[in-house]
Design a protein around this ligand. Structure first.
Ligand code: FAD
Length: 477
């Protein structure tokens, strides 16, 4: 049944503002927007609205604010923490950015582009390339996620080692505030010390402080060459030694340094078409290394291979396959991406998106692996991810033949035990996916009370009516 608003006239008012076809109330069309990517959360909503300009976003927000109607901003709806899914009471309006897709300006001399929030990430990479520039933010959801969502979650992804998170890519923002005011903060400057860096408040705020409608993003030079290798390493300590050596050898040009355990390779070969193991033997741990930059003369590849050869002689690397072509590098990446998909075919997975200091990764892995084995005999840890950033997806596949529902029922308990270990290393319980609705309570367990109170103070000051994505990120009580 369609839920009703506290303001009976709200829907017709929104129809007048946007045109009726941009205010969707048909349940069939709204249904996919009410369930999250992982199908863990379902919600309900009054309507899905699709404003096409910043002014329309502002008008929608003002109308909703007048009615105290909650707004859930939605970009590509790929949140892995239920951030873009409304709650069940059905009072919220989902505000989709899908019609805000204009590239407003590209300035190759200033190395910036100003784009609207609904632009698909991949289309922005392509836009940058058309101007012989690189927009380095890259993640597996890039064909679906939208830049406003990337910024609102401070997305990480595959190139953080070299270029940083989403927050490092942004010079300016345009934001519609919870009272409907438009803040034009679309600065294109690399230096601007004129007070608080307000744009960074909105980056990572997951739609709880306002709606990002446009952003000015930094562009980088297109790298002249890339060097990629797939290596078996002695253990995770050896992988970290290799990381330092590769950084040195490539003059800090490493873009990715991804850890994959043997079980990740085995599951990918078993379940995901196109997966190929580039090496012959079976080893416990692998890393996918990529560097970008150089002078276009093959020097980067030579430098990386030199570091790998020395590491092989020193017993850190047990075998390695340098990519001989872009196509071969693609097959390495396919295998890395296949790890996520492969786990789905093995039943339930309890997931973590943690970060610890890079130097603490081996000790964390030993401790956390022992703990989860003790809690769930037969559990199959598949820890993989961005080792170079200290960010691992410590994912745990159910024991073979186990009851999936019974296993998943232990999600919170296992998360809590793993997060306790993360906290001992002064790590993060959400390295790149955000808090959404999934981790509100867990986050509150670890953040110092004074930090939580600062967050609440900011939220109350900007959004006193608590209409912006309520229930996400921070509990106000
Ligand atoms: P949505 O899911 O629509 O929204 C995410 C949050 O941002 C919600 O709280 C929403 O309310 C808010 N929001 C959306 N748009 C706006 C806006 N314009 N203004 C204000 N708030 C807004 N994340 C990583 O960091 N690294 C990865 O490597 C990575 N890989 C992924 C791979 C897959 C296959 C998937 C499904 C997800 C992955 N993610 C990853 C999760 C990641 O958060 C998203 O893919 C992406 O950053 C979210 O963009 P989106 O447009 O889908 O946002």
């Amino acid at each position: 049944m369609a839920p009703s608003s506290t303001c009976p006239e709200l829907l017709s008012q929104l129809g007048d503002l946007l045109g009726p076809r941009h205010v969707v109330t048909e349940r069939d069309e709204i249904a996919p927007r009410l369930i999250d990517w992982r199908r863990k959360y379902t919600g309900n909503a009054l309507a899905l609205v699709k404003p096409g300009t910043t002014a329309e976003v502002a008008a929608v927000v003002r109308a909703c604010a007048d009615c105290r109607t909650p707004i859930v901003p939605q970009g590509g709806h790929t949140s892995l923490v239920g951030g873009s899914t409304p709650d069940l009471d059905g009072r919220a309006v989902i505000l989709s950015t899908e019609r805000l897709t204009r590239v407003r300006d590209v300035d190759p001399v200033n190395n910036t582009m100003t784009v609207e929030a609904g632009c698909i990430l991949q289309s922005l990479q392509e836009e940058a390339a058309r101007h012989d520039r690189l927009f380095p933010l890259s993640l597996a959801a890039e064909g679906t996620c939208r830049i406003g969502g990337n910024l609102a979650t401070n997305a990480g992804g595959l190139n953080v080692l070299r270029y940083g998170n989403a927050r490092d890519q942004v010079l300016g923002l345009e934001v519609v505030l919870p009272d409907g005011q438009v803040w034009d903060g679309l600065r294109t400057l690399r230096k601007d010390n004129t007070g608080y860096d307000l744009k960074q408040l909105f980056v990572g705020s997951e739609g709880t402080l306002g709606i990002i409608t446009a952003a000015t993003l930094k562009l980088q030079p297109q790298p002249l060459e890339a060097a990629t290798a797939f290596c078996a390493v002695r253990d995770v300590d050896a992988a970290l030694d290799l990381l330092a050596r590769c950084q040195q050898a490539t003059a800090q040009s490493l873009t990715s340094f991804e850890l994959i355990p043997r079980i990740g390779i085995d599951l990918s070969l078993k379940h995901v078409a196109g997966s190929v193991d580039p090496l012959e033997g079976a080893y416990d741990w692998y890393v996918l290394v990529e560097a970008q930059g150089g002078h276009g003369d093959g020097g980067l590849k030579a430098a990386l291979e030199g570091a790998l050869m020395q590491a092989y002689e020193d017993g850190l690397v047990l075998d390695a396959a340098p990519a001989e072509s872009a196509a071969q590098a693609q097959t390495f990446w396919h295998l890395r991406e296949a790890v996520v998909e492969a786990q789905r075919h093995e039943g339930g997975s309890i997931k973590h998106d943690i970060a610890v200091p890079v130097s603490s990764v081996p000790a964390f892995l030993t401790e956390a692996t022992a703990k989860v084995h003790e809690m769930v005999p037969g559990i199959r840890p598949v820890p993989f991810g961005h080792l170079g950033d200290g960010n691992l997806h410590f994912n745990l596949t159910q024991p073979e033949g186990a009851d999936t529902q019974a296993f998943l029922a232990r999600w919170d308990e296992v998360n809590a035990a793993v997060h306790d270990i993360v906290a001992r290393y002064r790590g993060s319980i959400s390295a790149e996916h955000g808090i959404g609705q999934m981790k509100v309570a867990e986050n509150a367990r670890f953040k110092p009370p004074v930090e939580l109170e600062m967050m609440r103070a900011i939220k109350r000051s900007l959004d006193p009516g608590n209409i912006m994505n309520p229930g996400k990120v921070i509990d106000l009580d």
